[in-house]
Design a protein around this ligand. Structure first.
Ligand code: SAH
Length: 407
């Protein structure tokens, strides 16, 4: 039964007694005791029910979970979710990301955006919103800001708009980027705001759609792989969804849906009929672990199918709002084409000690080594369709010829 029909039935049951006998029943409408909302607190981490218990209870109540529902709980549960409890990024965390390894990464990203923006006749002196999805420790953004300052952007030109679901990570970002910050009222589009030491305004959002529609750069690094995904498999009877259930030993396991689920009907249709190209992996202390054991202790990442991302973004040519998509190219190739090595040389020339020189070199090696991060990590860029003619003339830096890439 859907919610609306449930309401209709309840209204039918309630209405006569309210309408016909208001006086007789007036005394029955007493206030009942509820806790004072100002004293309500989230359970402290460790005292809340364990994620495994929450997940099992959900399965017992409503049946097997989709992989997306499972990922959503594991990543975002307010107290026990993976990104909520602790700092997970960095050498002491579970994984390390490119901006944490070398300052060169964020610097190249900033120079790339600057160069592409110049093609549109935009640049310092014009207002610019920088949006980052999942900013982690704020390191990439702080490297970008340093470069923009050198390139002539004034604090008044800039505003930062960060989409972050974890309060723990938000606090880390605020300490990294801001001189001051404060939480905001619930009816505000952003939940927190702050200001950098140079006076750039910073806003945090849970929801991307709340960000003002202005000329913006969007940065999403290691973000798409944390978004919940569905998994599907093609069987002899057609497409089926991979679900998570409990076995007789109370352990979680994958099973294939007996029938076509709503997600199969809604999601697997042309041109997104690529099927089971996404894989679910889990990382804990830099090792791959079983994603169904110890939920919340390990990161869950989807092996993003970038070709599907391209299809989704550029799906409606003819409509004003479609994107021109370039890439993916490997990190190694992108850094080579954007002349990161020349920038590395400048940094090395300015290094204060031989030890610092060695660290810079080793960090760069890690970024481009095919065995490390060079080929596993990839770059893609999305441009507004209005830029087609400009990009024809000045192809996107770091990616091969636009025409070749978009075909
Ligand atoms: N970009 C950073 C961090 C990547 S980790 C870097 O490269 O170092 C993923 C980031 O996304 C974390 O900050 C995490 O808290 C955040 N995150 C995870 N799921 C999210 C969601 N659904 N919405 C917004 N932020 C999310």
């Amino acid at each position: 039964m859907n919610t609306r029909s449930l309401f209709r039935i309840c209204n039918k049951l309630i209405r006569p007694s309210i309408a016909c006998t208001p006086c007789r029943h007036a005394g029955t409408y007493k206030t009942v005791k509820r806790p004072d909302p100002s004293t309500l607190k989230m359970p402290a981490p460790g005292t809340a029910p364990k994620l495994m218990e929450i997940i099992k209870e959900k399965i017992r109540l409503k049946g097997p979970l989709s992989v997306a529902e499972y990922m959503h709980i594991v990543i975002t549960n307010p107290t026990e979710g993976y990104y909520m409890k602790k700092e997970t990024i960095g050498e002491s965390g579970d994984f390390i990301t490119s901006p944490e390894i070398s300052q060169l990464f964020g610097e190249i990203v900033a120079i790339w955006f600057y160069a592409e923006t110049q093609k549109m006749g935009m640049g310092p002196g014009k207002p610019l919103q920088i949006v980052e999805l999942g900013p982690g420790k704020g390191t990439l953004m702080s490297d970008v800001l340093r470069v923009l300052h050198r390139l002539g952007y004034k604090p008044n030109d800039l505003s930062l708009h960060l989409v972050e679901i974890s309060d723990t990570m938000q606090t880390v970002q605020a300490h990294r980027l801001c001189a001051s910050h404060k939480g905001c009222e619930v009816d505000s589009p952003h939940y927190c705001e702050g200001e950098t030491t140079s006076g750039i305004k910073v806003y945090w959002y849970y929801d991307l759609k709340k960000i003002p529609c202005n000329f913006s750069w969007y940065i999403a690094h290691e973000f798409f792989d944390v978004l919940p995904i569905h998994k599907f498999e093609k069987t002899e009877e057609g497409w089926r969804e991979l679900l998570i259930d409990i076995d007789e030993n109370e352990k979680l396991y994958y099973r294939i849906s007996a029938k076509e689920t709503n997600n199969v009907t809604n999601l697997i249709r042309p041109p997104l009929d690529g099927g089971d190209r996404t894989e679910l992996e889990a990382f804990h202390k830099h090792k791959v672990v079983n994603p169904l054991e110890n939920p919340g202790a390990s990161d869950l990442t989807a092996d993003v199918d970038f070709s599907q991302l391209r299809v989704a973004a550029s799906m409606t040519p003819g409509d004003e709002n479609y994107a021109l998509v370039v890439g993916p190219v490997t990190q190694k190739e992108f850094l080579r084409r954007t002349q990161a090595e020349a920038r590395l040389k400048v940094l090395i020339d300015h290094a204060k000690s031989d030890e610092q020189k060695e660290t810079l070199k080793a960090a760069y090696e890690m970024l481009i080594d095919p065995e490390k991060m060079g080929e596993r990590f990839k770059f893609m860029a999305f441009y507004p369709s209005a830029m087609a003619a400009i990009l024809e003339k000045y192809p996107p830096i770091g990616f091969s010829n636009l025409e070749k890439e978009t075909k």
